[in-house]
Ligand binder design. Structure first.
Ligand code: SAH
Ligand code: SF4
Ligand code: F3S
Length: 444
């Protein structure tokens, strides 16, 4: 049992997507109320929470190595409660609980709203395992604002879970069924964030386009965009993730109507082959995807598109991979996250024998990523000589006296300037484009 002290400190280690980052912020907010402060040094903490991701096996490996380190610290005498949260905890809670006797607390994403109670129990010396999904009626989305959300941009969750069953994906099993957060709560959080100086809101969910559809009287996703756009002080709105099947004309229309909706969309396609898309149960074809792209470009000619790809999925033959490469070129994605297919426990695709060897999958990934780097560099270079509007986010990570921010189309621009500009919108002339960012000079 850990002694009460005036200065109780919690250390968070967060893996995975925006959902987990956001959840960590919500845990932080709740623990703050109970008198906890956050530390950036695990050796200084009385509570360590590892917020885990199980999207690919590599993410799970990362959890094990982080955990190994914290458990060693505990073995060597640190008086600390160790908790495993997030998607691996949800998926393999039992196993982790049994395997790691020195871990005090294991809880899934639905444990986030109850973190205070769970931690209190664990600190009384009781080991806790909580992987029950909460009641869907009245799902308790946490309204407390993440205390560290004072930057320029912030996430706001609009739904939890996912009702799709893409055959490769573990998320429906780790996050449960889809629940839309009431729009009043979303708008209240947006207003709260704006009051703290946040200027860019990113709405997050696993399939934001299906927001509200299953709730009588709730706004649709497009209507939600208009409502958020109207909140005074919201200069930019982004959202992620969109599912191409559910991308409606009303959302496309929003790109005509809402100047603060940014000129960038992340629209995961996964594959350019209709056969593979069918096996993934994505429920769209390449042709449908291209129609969405064309409609978006008609509505917002400068829209920059990025995506996710999986290579080496079950029965992805060379010709299927080539279809993915041709789609990459046809759309001209400005960026993409690409992954080798990683079989996940409990998913439908696991049962199928995959003839693609790991070596072949690695080769395909390299080919794809090389081409993507070229496209990203071309895109960034196309800005050279142009003046762009940058929302300044903070100091550059690499250079003293240099600050950075992004354009509406999500291009990262570094330029000389001082911290007083953070949070403002400035005009910058781009002098050089690189693979991941641009360099520029402020125009005054
Ligand atoms: N909800 C989002 C994706 C969430 S997961 C959507 O539908 O697009 C983020 C990305 O991880 C996915 O787009 C996919 O490209 C990748 N991914 C998911 N499961 C995977 C797996 N088993 N192996 C490799 N990549 C995977
Ligand atoms: Fe996974 Fe598909 Fe849901 Fe995205 S839409 S989270 S890929 S099941
Ligand atoms: Fe990972 Fe869970 Fe997000 S599996 S990608 S942290 S929803």
């Amino acid at each position: 049992m850990v002694e009460e002290s005036a200065e109780r400190k919690v250390y968070f280690k967060t893996f995975g997507c925006q959902m987990n980052e956001y959840d960590t912020g919500k845990m932080h907010a709740q623990l703050l109320r109970d008198g906890w402060a956050v530390t950036t040094d695990p050796a200084d903490a009385q509570l360590i929470v590892v917020n885990t991701c199980s999207i690919r096996e590599k993410a799970v490996d990362k959890m094990h190595s982080a955990l190994g380190e914290y458990r060693r610290m505990k073995r060597e005498g640190q008086d600390v409660v160790i908790g495993i949260a997030g998607c691996v905890a949800q998926e393999r809670g039992d196993e982790l609980y049994k395997k790691y006797r020195d871990v005090d607390l294991v809880f899934g994403p639905d444990g986030v709203p109850q973190i205070g109670k769970l931690v209190a129990e664990a600190r009384q010396g009781r080991r806790v395992l909580d992987t029950e999904f909460l009641d869907l009626e009245n799902y308790p989305f946490i309204q407390d604002i993440d205390p560290s959300a004072h930057g320029v941009g912030s996430f706001v969750t609009i739904q939890k879970g996912c009702d799709n069953k893409c055959t490769f994906c573990i998320v429906p099993y780790t996050r449960g069924v889809e629940v839309s957060r009431p729009h009043q709560e979303i708008l209240e959080e947006v207003r709260g964030l704006v009051a703290r100086g946040v200027r860019e809101i990113t709405l997050i969910g696993q399939n934001v386009n299906s927001y509200g559809l299953k709730v009588d009287g709730e706004l649709t996703f497009a209507q939600l965009l208009y409502a958020v756009a109207e909140v005074p002080g919201v200069d930019r709105i982004r959202y992620t993730t969109s599912h191409p099947r559910d991308m409606g004309d009303d959302v496309v229309q929003a790109y005509r109507d809402l100047p603060n909706l940014t000129s960038h969309l992340h629209l995961p396609v996964q594959s350019g082959s209709n056969k593979v898309l069918r096996r993934m149960k994505r429920y769209y074809t390449r042709e449908r995807y291209m129609r969405v792209v064309d409609a978006l470009r008609e509505a917002r000619p400068d829209i920059a598109l990025s995506t996710d790809f999986i290579v080496g999925f079950n029965d992805e033959f060379e010709e299927d991979f080539e279809a993915t490469m041709s789609l990459l070129n046809e759309v001209g994605f400005v960026g993409s996250f690409s992954f080798k297919y990683s079989p996940r426990p409990g998913t439908p695709a696991l049962k199928i024998r995959n003839p693609v060897t790991p070596e072949e999958a690695s080769r395909r990934l390299t080919v794809l990523q090389d081409r993507q780097r070229e496209l990203s560099t071309d895109f960034n270079r196309s800005h050279e000589g142009r003046v762009v509007e940058v929302l300044v986010e903070g100091p550059s990570r690499h250079d003293e006296g240099v600050i950075c921010g992004r354009t509406s189309s999500n291009v990262m621009v570094n330029f000389p300037g001082d911290a007083s500009l953070i949070g403002s919108m400035v005009d910058v002339r781009v002098t050089r484009g690189f693979t991941h960012s641009c360099r520029g000079e402020r125009v005054v």
